[in-house]
Design a protein around this ligand. Sequence first.
Ligand code: ADP
Length: 181
Amino acid sequence: MTTVKTNSGRLKVELVRGNIANQPDMDAVVNAANASLLPGSGVAGAIHRAAGPGLEEECRGLAPIAPGEAVITNAHRLPNEYVIHCLGPVYGQDEPSDQLLASCYRQALQLADDKKLSSVAFPAISTGVFGYPVAPAARVAFLTLLDVADHLRWVKHIRFVLFTEDDLALHEQVLEALLNQ
Ligand code: ADP
């Protein structure tokens, strides 16, 4: 667990290996969504499977979303209060990829803060089917987090849930390098 000092106190940043659909202690989990907000593979599949058909129904009214955009829904059968759906950029196609990816993290954190949530768990958005290399994506995620940290009034705990041991190790390296700059 890393602690980042902010204007309004401290922000816990935690990196774990796990399943984004099994984070019962977090107020919100983030979905690496597709534009139509439908179940799909990877993170979106896991979240929709665990949330049940009510999530798909609620999502229908909000789709489509654009790359870099985030929307918030109830969590239905998931053990959280909310799901925040982000559409990451397809690497090499949605440009500028880094700015669109940063926009996902910024918008997701803003939505969580607007709802006065204290904890949010993220997957590594865009690094699966969308092909964004993991280390550069992690750098964008952490830089965005450090950039917005001072503006967050309610969010105090951010968890990155990585699917593999390799992705976890890469995220640890990137965060450490940024904090030791
Ligand atoms: P995208 O379409 O944004 O690339 P994916 O869902 O394909 O989203 O993958 C995003 C990242 O999440 C990948 O690194 C993938 O290995 C990882 N991942 C897949 N399933 C899960 C899960 N259940 N929990 C956490 N991470 C997951």
